[in-house]
Structures are given as structure tokens and as C-alpha cells.
Write a protein that binds this ligand. Structure first.
Ligand code: AHR
Length: 649
């Protein structure tokens, strides 16, 4: 893996064989500007990323639409002195969207012997001490039964009650009830369930049952706080949504139909997601946009472009026109002021202020469309978007290494999306030369999905179903870091990049793909070594690229400088199993401070983090003192190191 600088003559290179490993950063000759949006996030519904993940709803199958035959995740509750039966009922439903309800018939119950129905949540209901949970439910009852009806969060055996409230005034018309359930001192647990019970005989129908813990920024239909904190800590500049395959759907009918994701949750029926389960659509278009706002990130909006995963495509021309219109209306919902029809709709949904939008991605991975229709489909979207929104930039989903026949030729996309799922060894091999030969005049590059896998032979979907841990080990983080360094060196052209997938609910039934950046269960979350590598890179970035040259070493690196503060960030990756003593030279820096911070992530390749051991592999910060522009530093084996040098701007 040793590399010689390419322009040396034979005599000079022979002399270097004995030379020390070295790396030079040339601050006197910046090679370009760092893209202001380089680090971002990619997201879609996969691995229970939203339902059972970031979207904080705790009730699973809240609208009884997951399975038309049986109320999955709900079970009847009774004891020796009570009895209840539950069944789905498609008559007299709440509205045309929530077409099923749950009939709860309590035959026998008394005070101290309630009967009812319990929900087991997404692999448990997480309960925390001294916490307020917002419960709401749609209920109607048999004439003559007006309550009371109790809602409670209880332990798994139903005996330990963490919080309880009652409602009365039920009637044969649908009513919405809501209350706050407040827990007291207790030990946090996910071994809990949510119950709706009666303590006398009666029949009630439940429409939609919802339970929310406190959410990020207190949004009513909001996001899980611990996961949001982890994302905010990455300082993402953009969020690519809603997919990925989730945008496309298995079929045209099951694409992400944004209009069906607006308004109160009682108006959202949800839809089957291509990853094998039903999405509630609780994460709708406005929730995505507010999520961006809460992270101070810009949306990168992917619009459905007429291709779905089972190989269906919509013919360009008149057949595609409704989808083009849908995309224009979607852009208007995001960016239009309140005088526009869809801007006004956004205001009615609670957000009058338009969102900033720069990039629109047309489809996803359209190289899978073997009908070769993408060029014409792209052109139709491109023309319509540019005519209405000339300042918007369009992203094509077919990279330049795909066959000519699939790519876009009739228009010039502003940006091209490339996806890389590679083994660590492949990333280490490709990174030194990545993008070196790209045309610097554009189009710009968006690496919209990428991740290093420890072993390229294992397919992500097979691995998800098997025994491999859901999140990557240190070995993958080394490949990730080498590739991130390559993207930084080329960040004049690589405008945006985002790791994928972002999230995984670690419960075995929840996963479809590995590896994933962040793992969680109902109660807690952790970052993989790759998460920390990304954090080290994204939080330590300047705005101009400094050339890096190495000799006699397999260490890979990148350097940037913040022109405002003078700070220089040097990132190094040592993939080898031995320490590497490097001579580091900082050329062209006036007034280098004598101290620098060093952040190090180092571990054995197989080391990783998990729910049980969330901080096994985490970065450590130290200080180097008595710095000179040329100094020696020993990188630990298998390490990622970020230097933060101070100098005068
Ligand atoms: O990230 C997982 C999947 O990989 C995405 O949905 C798809 O775009 C890609 O093939």
C-alpha cells in the first residue's frame, strides 16, 4: 500500500525509499473553496427509522391499518374477574382515511378487575421518571355506555401502573379525547405497555390512539429528543429526503405521495413502504421541513420522477405530466409565499414562512430503469422546474460511470448524484484518486448515499437479516474516513455528501439493512464508530482546501482552513495495524500557535459500539505543545486523527 509521489524520477524515488513517512500541507497554495453544504444527512423510512425511531409516536398500529385481518400489536387484557374481546371493524369508521376501528367488547369487569386492550409499542413503550406523555384517542361507544374509560401506561404484567387518566362523556358519535399522563419517580424502562380499559361491561370503538413523550422543540407531532440531539451534534448543512427507495415505492401507487402526508394525523392513512412494513405517514412533508429547520439544515428535496422499484416507469410526455405538476406543487408548498395556493396550504398547516430550497433531486437511482426513459423524464421535470423556478438547481440520479444509454444527455443537470456502498478495502484503494479526473467545470457532484462496509462480499440486506451487528465497526469507520478525506480534498466539486442509511432500530424484526450510522431501541441510542468519524469531520471544517501531499506512507489525509479564524484542520487516517510515525509539515502558515488540539478515534478493527456498550469506541481530545511547522507525530494503529491548528487569519 506504500505510495510514492508520482512525479519523482527514478533516482529521486530510490533516495526516498529510505526516507521517513511524511505528509505536507501547503497552506500557501489553497486549491479551491470548500462547499458550504458539504456535510449533510440522508433519510428515508427503512429499519424503522421514523415509525419506531425518530418519529416519537409510541403506539404501534395506532390506526389499526397495519393488517386488514387482525389488530396486530394490540391484545385483549383481562384478569380472573373480567373478560374482553377485540376485533377490527370496518363499519362506521371515523372518516374516509381511517377506514378501520378496533371494537372492544367488555363482557365482565368491575372495580379492581378492569378489562380492555393493550398496545406493546415499537418493541416496548419507553417510560421515564417525572415525564409528561400526551395521549389522544378517537372513541365512540354503544348507546347507553358513556364511560368511564381509563388509559394507562403499565408494566408488562399490567399490575404496575406508571400513569393513568380516565375519560367520561363517551357517546355513539366519534369524539376525540386527550390528556396528559404524568409519571413519578421510577427507573426508566421499555418493559411497559399502553392500556385502554373499562371497569364495567360495555362496548367501545377506538379510531386512532396516539401517545407522545416530550419531543424536540416540543412539537406536537414531533421527533425523539435523544436522536435529534445526535443529529444536531453532527452540524448537518442539509437533509436529503424522503428517499431513497422510500420516495419511489414498490409501485407508482405506493410512492411517497406528499399530499397524503399533510394535515392532522387523522387525515393520514399511511402507505406500504418498500422496506416491508407500513408507514403511518406521521412523518409528512411539513414534519421533514420542520426537522430541517430544527437542525438549521436546508432541505434537499427529492421529487418522485415516474420510476418505481418493481421496474415500472411512467412514459415521458402526457402520461408523466401529472407527476411533473405534483412536483411543482410540492416545491410551491416548500417555498411559495402565502399568496400561492400551496404556500397558503402550508400556512394553514401551521407554517406560514416559506422554507429555503436550493436543490431538487429528480427521482432516485434511475439507473435501475432499464427502459432508458430517464433522459426524457429528467428533461420534462427539468424544463418545468427551470421555467417556474429558474434559480433552483436540479440533481440527476445517474452517475457518470453508468452506461451511456441510461444517462442524461438532452439537458445538463446542475448536479449528479453518485452512490457508493463499498468495502473498507475498496474505499482505501479508490480514495487517493477519487474525483481527480472529474471535469472541474461541472456538473457538481452530490454523493447522496455512501457507507463503508467491513466486508464487500456481504450484501447489506442479507446482513441485516443475519447475525451481524446493525451498526459498523472501527474497520468500516476507517474506510469512511478515507473516503470523507477524499471528498474534502475535492470539495470544490463535491458539493454535498451524506452517509446512508442514517438510523436502525436494533431489534431483530426492525432491520432491513446494515450497516447504519446510529442504532437505538425504545429507550436509548448510540453512535457507531462511523458516527464519531463523521462528527469529527463535519464539525472541524474550514472554507478553503489546502493541498496535501504524502510520501512513504499509507496514511490518507485532507486539510482545510477557516479564512475567518485562521484555524487549520488536518485529518489523517492510518488504516494499518501498526503505529505510523509521520513527519508533518505545515507550509505557508504565518504565526502558527505553539499548541494544537488533536482528536483521535482509535480501536481494533472489530471494535464497535452497541446499546449495551455505547461508548466503547469514542474520540478523545488531547493537546500537542511546542509545535513547529515541521514536527513528528505518531498516529496510533487503526486510527482517525483530526488536528486543529491555530494561526493568524
Ligand atoms: O440506503 C438504502 C438504499 O440503498 C436506498 O433506499 C437506495 O437508494 C439505495 O439502493
Amino acid at each position: 500500500m506504500k505510495k510514492l509521489v508520482p512525479f519523482l524520477t527514478y533516482a529521486a524515488s530510490a533516495a526516498l525509499v529510505a526516507a521517513a513517512p511524511s505528509l505536507t500541507v501547503d497552506a500557501g497554495r489553497p486549491s479551491g473553496k470548500v462547499s458550504p453544504r458539504l456535510y449533510g444527512l440522508m433519510t428515508e423510512e427503512i429499519n424503522h427509522c421514523y415509525d419506531g425511531g425518530l418519529y416519537a409516536e409510541l403506539i404501534r398500529n395506532r390506526a389499526f391499518l397495519e393488517d386488514a385481518r387482525t389488530p396486530v400489536h394490540w391484545s385483549a387484557v383481562s384478569d380472573e374477574g373480567s373478560g374482553a374481546a377485540i376485533a377490527l371493524d370496518a363499519t362506521d369508521s371515523y372518516n374516509g382515511k381511517l377506514t378501520t376501528s378496533l371494537r372492544l367488547k367488555v363482557d365482565k369487569a368491575a372495580r379492581g378487575h378492569p378489562a380492555g386492550v393493550a398496545n406493546s409499542g415499537y418493541w416496548g413503550i419507553p417510560v421515564h421518571p417525572n415525564t409528561r406523555y400526551r395521549v389522544s384517542l378517537l372513541v365512540r361507544s354503544d348507546p347507553g355506555f358513556s364511560g368511564p374509560l381509563a388509559v394507562s401506561i403499565v408494566g408488562e404484567d399490567g399490575k404496575l401502573v406508571y400513569a393513568r387518566e380516565t375519560f367520561s362523556g363517551l357517546s355513539s358519535k366519534w369524539n376525540r379525547f386527550e390528556a396528559t399522563l404524568k409519571t413519578r419517580r421510577m427507573v426508566p424502562t421499555a418493559k411497559a405497555r399502553f392500556q385502554v380499559t373499562l371497569d364495567q361491561p360495555g362496548t367501545v370503538w377506538l379510531g386512532l390512539v396516539s401517545l407522545f413523550p416530550p419531543t424536540w422543540n416540543d412539537r406536537p407531532n414531533g421527533l425523539r429528543k435523544d436522536l435529534m440531539q445526535m443529529l444536531v451534534d453532527l452540524k448537518p448543512k442539509f437533509l436529503r429526503f424522503p428517499g431513497g427507495n422510500y420516495l419511489e415505492g414498490d409501485t407508482v401507487e405506493t410512492r411517497f405521495e406528499w399530499k397524503k402526508t399533510l394535515g392532522p394525523i387523522t387525515e393520514r392513512r399511511g402507505h406500504p413502504c418498500p422496506w416491508g412494513y407500513r408507514s403511518t405517514d406521521g412523518m409528512g412533508l411539513l414534519e421533514f421541513l420542520e426537522w430541517c429547520q430544527d437542525m438549521k439544515a436546508e432541505p434537499v428535496l427529492a421529487v418522485y420522477a415516474g420510476y418505481s422499484l418493481r421496474g415500472m416507469h411512467v412514459n415521458p410526455g402526457p402520461e408523466l405530466e401529472p407527476y411533473v405538476r405534483e412536483a411543482l406543487e410540492e416545491i410551491e408548498y416548500v417555498t411559495g409565499d402565502t399568496s400561492t395556493p400551496w404556500g397558503a396550504r402550508r400556512a394553514r398547516d401551521g407554517h406560514p414562512k416559506p422554507f429555503k430550497l436550493t436543490y431538487v433531486e429528480i427521482g432516485n437511482e434511475d439507473w435501475f430503469d432499464r427502459s432508458n426513459s430517464y433522459d426524457a423524464r429528467f428533461a420534462q421535470f427539468y424544463d418545468a422546474i427551470k421555467a417556474r423556478y429558474p434559480r433552483l438547481k436540479t440533481i440527476s440520479t445517474i452517475a457518470n460511470d453508468q452506461p451511456e444509454t441510461l444517462r442524461v444527455h438532452s439537458r445538463r443537470p446542475d448536479v449528479i448524484d453518485e452512490h457508493y456502498y463499498r468495502s473498507t478495502d475498496e474505499f482505501l484503494a479508490m480514495s487517493p484518486d477519487y474525483a481527480r479526473n472529474y471535469d472541474r467545470s461541472g456538473p457538481g457532484i452530490f454523493v447522496g448515499e455512501w457507507a463503508a462496509h467491513e466486508d464487500g462480499r456481504i450484501k447489506p440486506w442479507d446482513a441485516a437479516a443475519g447475525r451481524q451487528p446493525p451498526t459498523p465497526s472501527m474497520k468500516a469507520a476507517l474506510g469512511d474516513a478515507a473516503f470523507m478525506a477524499a471528498m474534502e480534498r475535492n470539495s470544490d466539486l463535491i458539493l454535498m455528501q451524506c452517509y446512508a442509511p442514517l438510523f436502525v432500530n436494533v431489534n431483530p424484526g426492525a432491520r432491513q439493512w446494515r450497516p447504519d450510522l446510529i442504532g437505538y431501541d425504545a429507550l436509548s441510542a448510540y453512535g457507531s464508530p462511523s458516527y464519531y468519524a463523521l462528527q469529527m469531520f463535519s464539525r472541524n471544517l474550514g472554507d478553503e482546501i489546502l493541498p496535501v501531499q504524502s510520501a512513504e506512507t499509507s496514511v490518507q489525509g485532507a486539510a482545510t482552513r477557516d479564512r475567518r479564524t485562521g484555524e487549520v484542520f488536518v485529518k489523517l487516517v492510518n488504516p494499518q495495524p501498526k503505529p505510523e510515525r509521520l513527519q508533518l509539515e505545515l507550509k505557508g502558515i504565518a504565526s502558527l500557535a505553539s499548541e494544537a488540539s488533536v482528536i483521535t478515534l482509535a480501536a481494533a478493527p472489530e471494535d464497535t459500539n452497541s446499546i449495551e456498550h455505547p461508548r466503547n469506541v469514542v474520540p478523545a481530545t488531547t493537546t500537542v505543545r511546542r509545535l513547529q511547522p515541521v514536527f513528528n507525530y505518531t498516529l496510533p494503529p487503526h486510527s482517525i486523527v483530526v488536528f486543529k491548528f491555530k494561526s493568524r487569519p
